[in-house]
Structures are given as structure tokens and as C-alpha cells.
Write a protein that binds this ligand. Structure first.
Ligand code: IPE
Ligand code: IPE
Ligand code: MG
Ligand code: MG
Ligand code: MG
Length: 298
């Protein structure tokens, strides 16, 4: 197993470079309507200190398949917009009821609930508008495949369905690892899977290796999020902490205990890196991403 080692410093620099490109693209693509409240809320929702990790995965895995950054960045921007919508709705009073996100007031706090709901709807729709645009890929069947894959990842079988289970789990106990893992796979894992399949789709193929990698890092990512809820602070994280237990959320930390949750996340990262073996040294950046996912402080 030889993956050219990418240091945490090199990784952070590359993450920053791609984040800047994604931010510029989102700024250019999002609606720009003078004095329009909805577009102001949509733009506010994508701002702040987001890690832009999902677009990063799109770009890096697309490179493995020879897809140009100019195309993969558009898919990354679409996915990031959809992710931001999921956060805006996740923070609503009817869901997690949070006041702070990415170090700034949540959208319903800055604006109001109706505007936050509509800004989320706008970002969700915007994501598919970008994917369906011929500028994203010259081949209509590829654009269609991207739209289909993102719809499947974001909808009832994926993120939205997982969010429903997350809310339902507040009032009923999960009794097995499999139940919590199934929820996380939908809630968080599905968008990571899309992020890692978009590149192969743009190259007209699919990747079993990247699918396994995505499943492992998706689960590890949510475990890390649950660990940070316990161990970090709002000042570091930019969102409220020590909330999951209070709200009765079903998390791995709650189910396994902190030490076992950390061991589990470590194991998932090792498995994710091992899945990259077929790509050899080309996958060094994705291996570094997997390590970052559990080492991150925010
Ligand atoms: C937070 O996602 C929501 C989860 C799926 C746990 P991120 O931690 O990627 O949030 P940002 O985009 O960096 O703010
Ligand atoms: C949310 O999970 C995942 C989404 C699909 C938005 P969390 O509720 O744990 O995310 P945070 O901790 O608020 O970012
Ligand atoms: Mg939530
Ligand atoms: Mg939340
Ligand atoms: Mg959380």
C-alpha cells in the first residue's frame, strides 16, 4: 500500500485553494437580484467558515478520472449549495433549534423563519439548476446521471430520510449499532457518496473503490461531528455544543461511549485509506482527507 504521503499542511493548503475557487464560483452563480430578501438570505447561508469539504471531495476524486476542475468545481458548488440548505433547515426551531452556525447567526435568526425555509428551498433548487446546465458537462446523459445521483443522495432514501430518523430518534431509543449506522449513512453518508461518485459519473463510469471510501469517511465524519459536540466549544466550532445528549440525539458517542467511538472512527479511516489502494500514489490527497476528517478541530 503506497500512497504518496500528503502532509496535514499540504492538505490544509489544498483545501483552502479549492474552497476559494468554490466560493468564487458560488458568488458568480447564485442569484444576484438587487435588494432581494431571498437572494440575500441564500448568499448569507453559503457564507461563513464552511470547510467546503464536499466540493473538495468532488474535485479530488474527479481528478483521479481525468475530469477538469472547471467542470468538477461546478458540481462541487451545486453540492455545497445543497449542503448549506440542509444546514439552514437543520437549524430551524422545528428541528435542532440552533442560533449559531459557522460562527454567525443562523439564517432564521438573522432573517426570520419563513425566509430561512425559502432560502433553503432556493438553494436546493439552485443545486439542480447548476447540474442541469450544459456548462457543467457537454453530454446530456452525464448531466442527467448527475441530477439523478444527487436527487437520490439528497432525498427520502438519503439525507432527508436520515434527518427524519434523526428527529424520530429523539423520542425512541436505538438499540443497535446497525440502527445508528443506517441513520448516519442516510443523513450524512449519502452526500459524501455523491461527492465521491460525481467524478466517475462525469467520466462516464463508476468506482466501487471510491464508493467504499465514501461510506467509510461519511460514517467517520458524523462520528467526529458527534465527538466534537461533546469535546469542543462554540467558539472553536462556530456552532452550539453539548446539545446532542440534551436533545436525546442518537449518536455513536452515546451508544458506544467516547473511547469506543474514537476507536471506531480510527478504524473507519484506516479502511477508507485501504480502499484507495487501486489508485496508488494518485490518491494521496484523498488519504489525507480521510485522516483530516477525524483529526479536525472544527
Ligand atoms: C455539518 O457539516 C453537518 C453534518 C453533516 C455533521 P460540516 O461540518 O461539513 O459543516 P460546514 O460545511 O463545514 O459548516
Ligand atoms: C445534520 O447533523 C446533518 C444534516 C443533514 C444537516 P447535525 O444536526 O449533527 O449537524 P450539526 O451538528 O447541527 O452541524
Ligand atoms: Mg440535526
Ligand atoms: Mg444540527
Ligand atoms: Mg452535530
Amino acid at each position: 500500500l503506497i500512497l504518496a504521503p500528503v502532509s496535514p499542511q499540504e492538505f490544509e493548503a489544498e483545501l483552502g485553494t479549492v474552497a476559494t475557487a468554490v466560493n468564487l464560483l458560488l458568488d458568480a452563480l447564485l442569484p444576484d437580484i438587487a435588494a432581494d430578501r431571498l437572494q440575500a438570505a441564500m448568499r448569507y447561508a453559503v457564507r461563513g467558515h464552511g470547510k467546503r469539504l464536499r466540493p473538495f471531495l468532488v474535485v479530488q476524486s474527479a481528478r483521479l478520472f481525468g475530469v477538469a476542475d472547471g467542470l468538477s468545481l461546478r458540481v462541487g458548488a451545486a453540492l455545497e449549495a445543497l449542503h448549506c440548505y440542509s444546514l439552514v433547515h437543520d437549524d430551524l426551531p422545528a428541528m435542532d433549534n440552533d442560533d449559531l452556525r459557522r460562527g454567525q447567526a443562523t439564517v432564521h435568526r438573522k432573517f426570520d423563519e419563513a425566509t430561512a425555509i425559502l432560502a433553503g428551498d432556493g438553494l436546493l433548487t439552485f443545486a439542480f439548476e447548476v447540474l442541469a446546465d450544459p456548462a457543467t458537462h457537454p453530454a446530456a446523459d452525464v448531466r442527467n446521471a448527475l441530477v439523478l445521483a444527487l436527487a437520490q443522495a439528497a432525498g427520502a432514501h438519503g439525507m432527508v430520510g436520515g434527518q427524519m430518523v434523526d428527529i424520530e430518534a429523539e423520542t425512541k431509543n436505538f438499540s443497535s449499532y446497525a440502527e445508528i449506522a443506517a441513520m448516519q449513512r442516510r443523513k450524512t453518508g449519502a452526500l459524501f457518496s455523491f461527492a465521491c461518485q460525481a467524478g466517475p459519473i462525469m467520466a462516464g463510469t463508476a468506482s466501487g473503490a471510491l464508493q467504499i471510501y465514501a461510506e467509510k469517511i461519511g460514517l467517520a465524519f458524523q462520528i467526529a461531528d458527534d465527538i466534537l459536540d461533546v469535546e469542543s466549544s462554540a467558539a472553536t466550532l462556530g456552532k452550539a455544543t453539548q446539545k446532542d445528549q440534551k436533545m436525546g440525539k442518537a449518536t455513536f458517542v452515546d451508544f458506544l461511549g467516547m473511547e469506543k467511538a474514537k476507536t471506531e472512527a480510527q478504524g473507519l479511516v484506516s479502511e477508507a485509506v485501504a480502499a484507495l489502494t487501486p489508485f496508488g500514489d494518485d490518491a494521496g490527497m484523498l488519504a489525507a482527507t480521510a485522516r483530516y476528517i477525524i483529526a479536525r478541530r472544527k
